[in-house]
Design a protein around this ligand. Sequence first.
Ligand SMILES: Cc1ncc(COP(=O)(O)O)c(C=O)c1O
Length: 381
Amino acid sequence: MRVHLDHNATTPIRPEALEVLCELSRRLAGNPSSVHAAGREARGWLDEARERTAAALGCHEDEVVFTSGGTESIQLALAGAVRAGGPGRGLVTCAVEHSAVLAAADRLEREGRPVVRLPVDGTGRVSVDALEAALTPATALVSIQTANNELGTLQPVVEIGELLARRGRGRPAFHTDAVQALGRIPLRAIRERADLLSFSAHKVGGPTGVGVLVRRTGLTLEPLLGTGSQEGGLRPGTESVAAIAAAAVAIELAVREQGDYAARSARLCRSLWEQLTACIPGVLLNGPDLDAPRLPNTLNVSLPGVEGRTLVARLDLEGLEASAGSACASGSLEPSHVLLALGHASERARAALRLSFGRMGGEEDVHNTVEILRRTISAPR
Ligand SMILES: Cc1ncc(COP(=O)(O)O)c(C=O)c1O
């Protein structure tokens, strides 16, 4: 029996979403921009998916932009808002963002725009005061993630939204990468304070290849790819209606079941941590304390004397699927930029292992994980 504790990388598609994906892939024959009956049927499903997504996320349907995933939502938000801000305007973000944000920031910097990457404290949080001090008239956008994918750290995004709102007309826009937060923590307060929010369907039991960008009405974005009439002129290309409809179902269910998932996975994380500390001397917790506000399903530990990426391969042979950092950086030999940003030595950063529970996790996963880890670590290498 394999244990998959890598749900922050991706999580299996939910049966309800799979059913919609298969049914509509079989049934739909039209392009949603076509005026004939087949096109109108596809348009109907697309409109319904937009309404359901908007209702689940607590926004207006005109504010929902469907994209190809979290990465594209983020690129559109960052490049789109900063470029729309005019020449010389730039970005304030932070050092522990996902590589999608950091890559967009690098690209904006290469365009000659000012980019500030704020440091974080030992748990991965940015300081709101430091952020305020970094704002200048050139700041077009602030982008700070809601929850960190490697550590589970929650950023003070409600406070940041309020700080920016107090600056009134001409203030920087506020984007938050909420990809890991959806379905795991309540998002309404954050949604009300951010101008742009990025989401990804495959993190909540939807299909891969569908993302959502929520864009506050009236906020101008420069499209990434020329012009086209789809998605309010922001994203040219025929919409993947079956996948979008399946994503909407998954998002709706993730929001509805958030409380249960959070409670169950928080219990499992605590149990896993307690058992690890009992049987692996010197194990260290990376990121926030288990009693602090955090993503409920994510545990990041450093196991003394091991190299996380080698350990992941050995654990895989033993039947445990985990990760040494974000899935996107798994091929890299460099220690995680997130662990290094906490101020940890390279040795501790290299020894990091991320374990992330899905909505179906149970106590047997904890038991099997501890057994596999104990066996693997004590085995001669
Ligand atoms: C915090 C965060 N942002 C963005 C992404 C990118 O999302 P996608 O895989 O849909 O492009 C991920 C995926 O790992 C993530 O964890």
